[in-house]
Design a protein around this ligand. Structure first.
Ligand code: ADP
Length: 443
């Protein structure tokens, strides 16, 4: 040992003290030695001074070493203690170790070698104990921190659950509000539409041209408003799971042609060509005709709304595995890939500003997405900005009722390839098969 060790010898017998000191010196240990003769003095010195080791005579004049050790340990005084026992003290050694003595040594065995050996051992043990204490302390602290963090996490989790609950409740109330308001507004709106239609009947009476023009505007705006209200009502029903499909066997080609003829005037008003091709060997499907019509109306009105010039194609054809596909394709403004996944969400529009050019509720595609999912179908979107968009609705020829709605959205999307989109312009059949090469899932 290179360092100088501070040693305290507690012994009332001066001869013994000298023997210990000379043995330590002879062992070549560098020591700074202090000596006291009784337990009281030892306690006082150890209370204020730190030693590397204490050699303690078992039999002190004012108390025995066992009592002194217990006092020292209960006062949290930490120091390696070696008890020097005399003859007949052997049976007490276990008690000494239990009370906190680091080691013991019979006085009869004191020699430079044994003393230096014991000293080295106790200091090593003591330092290892200190390290272990420190590590234990750190472990305890880490453990406490973990408990604290755990409690914090549990608190946060409870808060999130509460927020979640509040959000669900708010969402439920919002749906209820939407459903109630749109339902209540439909009754007066139907009256406005009905009375406007009566006023416009030639039998009813003579209206001036100006009056007839105004009533017509009331009628058209009323119809538009009713359409928007129906959209909100349908959406709230779909959200709340209150919309059921009423499936029956019908001719899908007829429905497609009917919708196209109903909407042709809108396309004509914008000078857009509206082409339709139905290519089905068996046009009969088992589905809800009202909802299939609604899907097509939504797609077609979007195609007309977002197209300034060019053409709109509607096509229906058979697919393998007993499926049919309805395709609505336009040469409109197109949709950027970054917007693909958003536009199927409720109230989401590419242009969210109030001053936007194209009006709408932002519910059309969300309704289509929910309906197609209920029907067990899929939506594919391919589009390119400034070139146009193609929406493909794949449906099973025969839907299963009730279809458990899958959680995944029905929509898939990809960017339109320029050439792909344009080369078959006059041939919608070819167009769709070419352009459907690489649609990808958007979520
Ligand atoms: P709305 O038409 O009422 O805005 P939709 O849910 O039908 O709501 O459509 C959401 C958005 O998707 C539209 O606002 C528009 O930005 C975009 N979109 C839909 N169809 C087309 C289309 N054929 N061409 C370009 N953009 C479209």
């Amino acid at each position: 040992m290179e360092e100088t060790l501070k040693i305290l010898v507690v012994d009332d017998d001066e001869v013994d003290r000298i023997a210990i000191c000379s043995a330590l010196t002879k062992a070549g240990v560098q020591i700074e030695l202090s000596e006291v003769g009784n337990g009281n003095e030892a306690f006082s010195v150890l209370s204020i001074t730190t030693y590397d080791c204490v050699f303690l005579d078992y039999r002190l004049p004012d108390r025995d070493a066992l009592t002194l050790i217990q006092q020292l340990r209960s006062s949290e005084i930490k120091v390696p203690l070696v008890v020097l026992t005399g003859q007949g003290d052997e049976e007490i050694t276990l008690q000494l170790l239990e009370a906190g003595a680091t080691d013991y040594l019979s006085k009869s065995r004191i020699s430079p070698e044994t003393l230096s050996q014991v000293l080295r051992n106790v200091i090593r043990i003591y330092r290892a104990e200190i390290q272990a204490d420190l590590a234990n302390q750190q472990l305890r602290e880490t453990h406490e921190q973990l408990i604290f963090k755990n409690q914090e996490l549990e608190r946060q989790q409870q808060q999130i659950q509460l927020q979640n609950f509040k959000l669900l409740e708010a969402s439920r109330l919002k749906s209820l509000f939407l459903a109630t308001i749109s339902h209540e507004l439909r009754t007066p709106m139907n009256a406005i539409i009905g009375f406007s239609q009566i006023l416009l009947r030639p039998k009813f009476g003579q209206l001036t041209r100006q009056q007839a023009d105004m009533v017509e505007r009331i009628l058209n705006n009323g119809k538009h408003l009713l359409m928007l209200l129906n959209e909100v009502l349908d959406f709230s029903k779909l959200e709340g799971g209150g919309l059921d499909l009423k499936a029956e066997r019908f001719d899908i080609s007829k429905v497609i042609n009917l919708v196209v003829s109903e909407m042709r005037s809108l396309a004509d008003a914008k000078n857009l060509s509206l082409l339709v091709q139905t290519d089905l060997q068996n046009p009969l499907v088992f589905n809800d005709p009202v909802r299939v019509k609604q899907i097509l109306i939504n797609l077609l009105s979007n195609a007309i709304k977002f197209t300034e010039s060019g053409e709109i194609w509607v096509e229906v054809k058979e697919l393998p595995a007993n499926r049919v596909v309805i395709i609505v394709q336009d040469t409109g403004i197109g949709i950027a890939p970054r917007d693909f996944q958003h536009i199927f969400e409720a109230f989401r529009q590419v242009d969210q500003t109030i001053t936007r050019k194209y009006p709408g509720t932002g519910l059309g595609l969300a309704i289509i997405d929910s309906l197609v999912r209920m029907m067990g179908g899929k939506i594919f979107l391919e589009s390119k900005l400034g070139i146009g968009s193609r929406f493909k609705i794949e449906l099973p020829r025969q839907i299963t009722l009730p279809t458990v709605a899958a959680n995944a959205p029905a929509s898939q999307a990809s960017q339109l390839d320029n050439d792909d989109f344009f080369c078959p312009a006059k041939n919608p059949h070819q167009s769709s098969s070419q352009a459907s090469k690489a649609p990808y899932r958007i979520s």
